[in-house]
Write a protein that binds this ligand. Structure first.
Ligand code: PNS
Length: 171
């Protein structure tokens, strides 16, 4: 869980559980990749007791999705996000704001992270409006109840989810 490809420039971390990566996440990462020299998508390990995908699977999936984007890397982390960001030499954490409820969730986290590491900024970006209702939690719920996730997640993720369903190991 150390960053690879440590070329220079400003690095932003886009952290999350990404279980699974949604089209809203992709939108956020691509916006970040236009604003910063380098972006690391950082998958939180052990966020949920029964995730749909293991952390290793999520890293593999996200790598596949961003394989053509030279300034996007994928990694995993556990423990404090600010410690991970410090180890990577990141300038910023990027979070997505879909609605006021996201702001209420993110605001105390941003201030806590600033308390822990004053040099690290939290940057909030609004995703494209067509993804305002898309979350990993709802996507997973639709999937687990047998619904289609087409259009909610990238085709790569859809294929991985179908493979999960085929092996019937999802809860
Ligand atoms: O996709 P999620 O689950 O909303 O992502 C939440 C995440 C990973 C950003 C948040 O849980 C986090 O930063 N976890 C790391 C632990 C940490 O640093 N906690 C203190 C933050 S105030």
């Amino acid at each position: 869980m150390t960053p690879t490809g440590t070329s220079g420039g400003r690095l932003a971390i886009v952290p999350g559980s990404f279980d699974p990566l949604t089209n809203g996440h992709v939108d956020l990462v691509l916006r970040s990749a236009r604003l910063f020299d380098r972006v690391t998508v950082a998958v939180l390990v052990n966020a949920e007791k029964q995730p749909l995908f293991t952390a290793a699977e999520r890293v593999a999936i996200i790598r596949e999705v961003f394989s053509v984007h030279a300034n996007v890397e994928v990694d995993s982390f556990d423990g404090l996000l600010v410690e991970y960001a410090r180890r990577c030499g990141a300038s910023a954490i990027v979070k997505g704001l879909r609605a006021v409820s996201d702001f209420e969730h993110e605001f105390p986290m941003a201030l806590m992270n600033r308390h822990l590491e004053p040099a690290l900024e939290t940057v909030c970006l609004m995703p494209a409006e067509q993804y305002a209702y898309v979350s990993s939690r709802l996507t997973k719920e639709v999937f687990r109840l047998g619904g289609s996730v087409h259009g909610l997640v990238p085709p790569v993720v859809e294929r991985w989810m179908q493979a999960k369903r085929a092996t019937a190991v999802h809860k």
